[in-house]
Design a protein around this ligand. Structure first.
Ligand code: C2O
Ligand code: CU
Ligand code: CU
Length: 489
């Protein structure tokens, strides 16, 4: 009896020893191939939900929002304080929610030690309210844009757009969601209870240094390819978890990263439905198991958790592309969903979401060519680098135009994909290399990923006056001059 006990104890000790050794070796293995990967040091925390910003104006005909860009500190890794930037807080900003038809005023105060701007990405407004690089706000000053919401329900966002400083300011934390509702979104039977079954999900990768600090310190490669981080943040937190009801959940995904394009899927391969692209609802939900989002793109998706048991855990993964291999794995856990015992009401996937009037290419008065080219130090559009003093294109007010956006092959590998973004409008995709766009690109878009050698034709009508930007939304490329200006008059 005693002998058997000693025997079993010895086996247990050996098994534990071998397990620890294997764990140690495997850990050593990953850290030696990637000494900067620190995300595994962090315990998963609940997903922070940015607050909805309050309308401070009692006038029912005017919604007024106050934002202050400010310095803050954020513990990305436990116990290590990084200097970050935020709107009304330490990192990121509150969600601004408005309704189609609203008159909106924003008072934006700059409490930073540097100049900034506040750009409404995806909003159809006049150039003077767009917040591009001409609308600099000096430290201590305020900027007060005013506009009317003249577009359908959508998940847009806001971020700085200071010439040569956009990448740094966005990286350090300046970004927030701007949500528009309308009669369609009000009446659709889909989850719409903010923070309960309708969640903002802002995904950004960051480069922590060896001491765990999140500083903007791009290397040569980051400047050329766009910055790729070694940790993924969701709403400013590494690998968080979100408690979800046993039922349908709506996620408003924003790729708020400087350079990384994500290929999202769930670890169990489960399907989900994309219901909205950058500029609003698709006509019909699109069933999918993986979703690509390049920098600045948004997608609203419906995920059904009703078949799970209480306590089940579902992981949202990013399948890491060769380009973004700053992380040793092929797949990275972005966040987890913990299924609670709350049974939510049933939301069948709607057959139809909205109706979109297709713009007829025959209505276009002109086709403009936009040729993106280069990697490294020479990043151009139409062989030009951004010059604040030069208007590159002039558009007549209310004209419909086709923009033929291409990505010229360069170098041995053919170059890299560039997400092309156009200010002041939402556009429709006519075709990709002559083929109809995939179903999830048949709605309104403001940013489109163009692969090396590819040509994408987009079409829109320019209903707002002023000076606007078009650019690659890899922020290091934008800052390096892969941007141009068009004026509508
Ligand atoms: Cu997200 Cu020029 O903007
Ligand atoms: Cu924009
Ligand atoms: Cu680019």
């Amino acid at each position: 009896m005693k002998k058997a006990y000693v025997y079993i104890a010895a086996i247990v000790i050996v098994v534990i020893g071998v397990t620890l050794l294997l764990l140690y070796l495997s850990k050593d293995d990953t850290s030696s191939s990637n000494p900067n990967d620190l995300s595994n040091l962090v315990e998963s925390k609940p997903l922070p939900i940015p607050p909805l910003l309050e309308d401070v104006n009692p006038d029912p005909n005017l919604a007024e929002f106050h934002l202050t860009a400010q310095h803050g500190v954020t513990e990305i890794l436990d116990g290590i304080e990084s200097e970050t930037l935020g709107y009304n807080g330490n990192i990121l900003g509150p969600v601004i929610k408005v309704h189609e038809g609203d008159r909106v005023k924003v008072v934006m105060k700059n409490d930073l030690r540097e100049a900034t701007t506040l750009h409404w990405h995806g909003l159809r407004v006049d150039g003077e309210n767009d917040g591009g690089p001409h609308s600099g706000i000096n430290p201590g000053e305020t900027w007060e844009p005013e506009f009317t919401i003249e577009q359908p329900a959508a998940t847009l966002w806001y971020h700085p757009h200071m010439m040569h400083a956009t990448a740094k300011q966005v990286y350090e934390g300046l970004a927030g969601l701007f949500i528009i509702e309308d009669a369609v979104s009000d009446s659709l039977p889909i989850p719409k209870d903010y923070g309960v079954n309708d969640f903002p999900i802002i995904i950004q990768d960051k480069q922590l240094d060896a001491s765990g600090n999140m500083q903007y310190d791009p290397g040569m490669n980051d400047m050329m390819m766009g910055l790729y981080g070694n940790v993924y943040l969701v709403n400013g937190t590494i690998s968080p978890y979100l408690e979800v009801p046993k039922g349908m959940v709506r996620l408003r995904l924003l790729n708020g990263s400087n350079g990384r394009t994500y290929h999202f899927e769930f670890h169990n391969g489960q399907e989900f439905y994309q219901i909205a692209s950058d500029g609003g609802f698709l006509e019909k939900p699109v069933e999918m198991t993986s979703l690509t989002l390049s920098p600045a793109e948004r997608a609203e998706i419906l995920v059904d958790f009703s078949a799970f048991e209480t306590g089940d855990e579902i992981t949202l993964m990013d399948t890491v592309s060769e380009l973004g291999k700053t992380i040793s794995a092929d797949e990275v856990e972005v966040m987890k969903f913990h299924v609670t015992n709350t049974e939510s009401e049933a939301y069948p996937i709607p057959e139809q979401l909205t109706e979109i009037d297709t713009i007829d290419p025959a209505d276009a008065v002109v086709t403009r060519e936009m040729v993106m080219a280069g990697v490294g130090s020479t990043l151009t559009i139409n062989d030009k680098s951004m010059d604040m003093g030069v208007i590159d294109e002039v558009v007549n007010l209310n004209d419909t135009e086709i923009w033929k956006v291409s990505n010229k092959r360069t170098g041995v590998q053919g170059g890299m994909a560039h997400p092309f973004h156009l200010h002041g409008v939402q556009f429709q995709v006519i075709d990709r290399d002559g083929n109809p766009p995939p179903a999830n690109e048949t709605g309104w878009k403001d940013t489109i990923l163009v692969e090396p050698g590819e040509t994408v034709r987009i079409i829109t009508t320019f209903n707002h006056k002023g000076i606007f930007m078009y650019h690659c939304h890899i922020l290091e490329h934008e800052d390096a001059g892969m941007m141009g200006q068009y004026e509508v008059k």
